[in-house]
Design a protein around this ligand. Structure first.
Ligand SMILES: Cc1cc2nc3c(=O)[nH]c(=O)nc-3n(C[C@H](O)[C@H](O)[C@H](O)COP(=O)(O)O)c2cc1C
Length: 215
């Protein structure tokens, strides 16, 4: 079995799940909860955002929409602003979460940077792609994920050259993780608390993602 870190060395990824983010409520905007501020800060200090998401009812899960709403405020000061975006959709079904990905492509343009258009990735039927330790073993999925993460790394580099305004700072909540990345993190991964989204993230980062809350 090949190494589980598919992302190239130039791309440092930090997997963050979204279950701790309070519901957005405009009445709280003047005095935002600490978890909103922490999430926004992580995004602001990252050079790009990679969404790894399942599909719920032909769209994105509410927990992801909530996180996007939180990050998009205050108005005009979205924490995604200017950040290059990648989207890895997955579903146990045949269509691989394509509708979720398309909805993300609809809602992000006003609040984020450029979205990687090609290649696209919709990981379908990924239920049997992992072994019992959560390692990605299905070669076909490894191959497309590899192609995607390489393209995303190149996209981030290109955007850095084009924009010239990306600062590489830190974006991690865990002190251990800060030390591991030696103060530099190129990319922030927003992932959902769904097993396959986490495992796909883990395959790219080579790092163990958090436990699935329902397993
Ligand atoms: C409320 C709900 C709606 C769902 N809607 C869809 C859907 O529209 N299309 C689809 O392919 N899968 C749908 N699913 C399946 C999810 O994509 C699947 O549960 C998700 O990938 C998480 O599974 P995992 O924890 O095994 O990764 C839905 C699941 C839930 C809980």
């Amino acid at each position: 079995m090949r190494s589980q870190k598919l992302a190239p060395a130039s791309l440092k990824l930090d997997v963050t799940t979204l279950e701790g983010i309070s519901f957005f409520n405009q009445d709280l905007e003047a005095n935002p909860p600490a978890d909103w501020l922490a999430f926004r800060e992580k995004l602001q200090k990252s050079n790009g955002v990679l969404f790894v998401t399942p599909e719920y009812n032909r769209s994105i899960p509410g927990v992801l929409k909530n996180a996007i709403d939180v990050a998009s405020r205050p108005y005009g000061k979205s924490s995604f602003l200017g950040k290059p975006v990648g989207i890895v959709a997955n579903s146990p079904g045949a269509l691989g979460g394509v509708s979720a990905a398309k909805h993300l492509q609809n809602i992000l343009p006003g609040i984020a940077g450029p979205i990687l258009g090609q290649p696209e990735i919709y990981v379908n039927g990924c239920g049997d792609a992992f072994d019992d330790k959560g390692q990605l073993t299905k070669e076909a999925v490894q191959k497309v994920l590899q192609q995607y993460i390489d393209a995303f790394a190149a996209f981030i580099e290109k955007q850095k050259r084009v924009g010239g305004a990306f600062s590489i700072v830190i974006a991690s909540e865990a002190k251990q993780s800060l030390a591991r990345h030696n103060g530099k993190l190129d990319c922030f991964v927003a992932s959902l608390p769904c097993a396959n989204a986490l495992r796909l993230s883990q395959a790219m980062t080579g790092e163990r993602a958090g436990p699935h809350p329902s397993r």
